[in-house]
Write a new protein. Structure first.
Length: 69
């Protein structure tokens, strides 16, 4: 009975990890789109916005391991 529960728990953990990855990707995509719209509405240059995005990514990288792209 405990083995069955362990297998179920492991399957649930794998599923939750996949959902977390998808959620993180969706959040990052939303952030990117927000930054693009914000830059276009404020009239900032694309270079400046790219630098700001890079700085934001570097801040998040401490938590996610992401690099500036």
């Amino acid at each position: 009975m405990l083995e069955n529960r362990n297998v179920n728990d492991e399957e649930r953990i794998v599923q939750l990890e996949k959902e977390l990855e998808e959620t993180i990707m969706l959040g990052e995509e939303s952030d990117r789109k927000f930054e693009e719209v914000s830059c276009s509405l404020t009239g900032r240059s694309h270079v400046r916005c790219a630098l700001m995005r890079c700085a934001g990514n570097n801040t998040r990288s401490a938590f996610t391991g992401a690099a500036c792209v």
